[in-house]
Design a protein around this ligand. Structure first.
Ligand SMILES: Cc1cc2nc3c(=O)[nH]c(=O)nc-3n(C[C@H](O)[C@H](O)[C@H](O)COP(=O)(O)OP(=O)(O)OC[C@H]3O[C@@H](n4cnc5c(N)ncnc54)[C@H](O)[C@@H]3O)c2cc1C
Length: 322
């Protein structure tokens, strides 16, 4: 059975798998032998979780360089681990770091690299990546023609499902030979972002996003997000105005997300915004202009003033939850 490597970052030693990692492991297990490559330690809880998702081998390294430099040393680890298990595919998350790792691993292994996959299927021979391209106008299927495929996959590509029977993974320590160029840019200081208590945009099952229509006041958007346990996103008009951090921007030059539910609030639906959210499973739009282009892609639309609609939604959700 061919080995499918899934990269997992544990440098923060959280000891938990991210939602996206559980989804990637589910894909890997369906197409071959799931092998986890972990940057950092493998705590007993993590090993149990990996075993529950059917991972048979865990290759990891705790070498200090992995945390002291930018992304390149992690790519060295993934490339060398993938070569050691003769992997036919490497799966990484679709974050900026994940995509950089994908590119570097692709170069190291002479592998075809496919980024921004919305989902991944297995055709009996190889992994097939499904992508939304040209600002969401087309959906394409892509398959690497090289011996190894490297695919970065958006969150919610599949429903994460534990294996029918848990296994006890074999743990192997990798002694990574770092390329000199990988150690060229050292991290000198880290400032942790203040925790919002909300899920990360890329991991969230529900996103409530606000645009210029919020007119500087994200309170209604945040209140709706909090009753739904959702992440808060934004259009570029809102981030450029400084109403919310650029890390919240969704779109062509922001994050590309595919949540189960995307609630678009006071956003017109420009092509560059759609490029980042059009693959959401269900889109609900709130906009006071019935002619707004966002309604062309919305599954449900509410024509109205967000400052009236959102508080009513929050009140109703709270009432129904008792
Ligand atoms: C190269 C390039 C890259 C870009 N990348 C991105 C990107 O990554 N992400 C992105 O989002 N944009 C991006 N843009 C910008 C994009 O073209 C749009 O300008 C932007 O998305 C508009 O944001 P908006 O919909 O919030 O604002 P607007 O287009 O001004 O729309 C505001 C909407 O709010 C509605 N509204 C106003 N008041 C209310 C109210 N009280 N209640 C309900 N609705 C209300 C209005 O009817 C309107 O539809 C990019 C542009 C370029 C050129």
């Amino acid at each position: 059975m061919t080995a499918i490597v899934v990269y997992i970052d544990q440098l923060d030693a959280s000891g938990k798998l991210s939602v996206t990692a559980t989804q990637l492991l589910t894909v890997a297990r369906g197409a071959g032998e799931a092998v986890a490559v972990v940057a950092g330690g493998v705590a007993p809880e993590l090993l149990n979780e990996l075993g529950a998702y059917g991972v048979s081998r865990v290759l990891h390294s705790e070498q200090a360089e992995l945390g002291q430099f930018l992304v390149a040393p992690k790519a060295d680890l993934v490339a060398q681990a993938a070569a050691a298990v003769a992997a036919s595919a490497v799966l990484v998350d679709n974050s900026a770091a994940g995509k950089e790792i994908a590119a570097r691993v692709g170069v190291a292994l002479n592998a075809g690299v496919i980024t921004d996959a919305v989902s991944v299927s297995y055709d009996g021979e190889a992994l097939v990546a499904h992508k939304s391209v040209l600002a969401g106008s087309y959906t394409v299927e892509a398959r690497a023609t090289s011996a190894v495929a490297v695919i970065s996959v958006k969150a919610h590509s599949v429903e994460a499902a534990p294996a029918a029977a848990a296994v006890i993974p074999a743990v192997e320590l990798v002694d990574v030979a770092f390329a000199p160029s990988s150690l060229a840019a050292r991290v000198v200081t880290r400032t942790p972002r203040a925790a919002s208590g909300r899920p990360e945009l890329e991991d969230a099952r529900i996103i409530v996003a606000g645009g210029r229509g919020v007119d500087g006041d994200f309170t209604p958007v945040e209140e709706l997000a909090d009753v739904l346990g959702a992440a808060v996103g934004a259009s570029r008009a809102a981030t450029d105005a400084g109403w919310i951090s650029h890390a919240s921007q969704v779109g062509q030059t922001g994050k590309k997300v595919s949540p189960q539910l995307y609630i678009s609030v006071g956003i017109s639906g420009a092509i560059q915004q759609k490029a980042g959210m059009q693959t959401s499973k269900l889109i609900v739009a709130v906009n006071k202009d019935a002619e707004s282009p966002i309604f062309e892609i919305a599954d449900f639309g509410i024509v109205g003033d967000l400052f009236k609609v959102l508080p009513q939604a929050v009140e109703e959700i709270k009432k129904r939850r008792g």
